[in-house]
Unconditional design. Structure first.
Length: 76
């Protein structure tokens, strides 16, 4: 369940606070401590192909678009 789906159900459950409390208990998204789901691209929010070097925190596609403006050169 995505975070947006989780929040959409709040509007329907606001009428019944007991059901809302139970829904929150069992359906909250898991807090990520490690792994691929913890790190996201600052620009587009993508999880995969993440570049953390030099504190960039960009996915590979965003890095390719911004590399020249950041100061990186393409070799060969």
């Amino acid at each position: 369940m995505t975070t947006s789906d989780y929040k959409k159900a709040f509007t329907q459950l606001k009428a019944n606070p007991i059901k809302l409390k139970k829904y929150k208990k069992h359906n909250t998204p898991k807090v990520r401590k490690t792994g691929i789901g913890l790190r996201r691209c600052k620009r587009c929010g993508r999880f995969g192909a993440h570049i953390r070097s030099y504190g960039l925190h960009l996915c590979r596609t965003c890095f390719r678009e911004d590399a020249k403006s950041i100061g990186f050169k393409k070799f060969s």
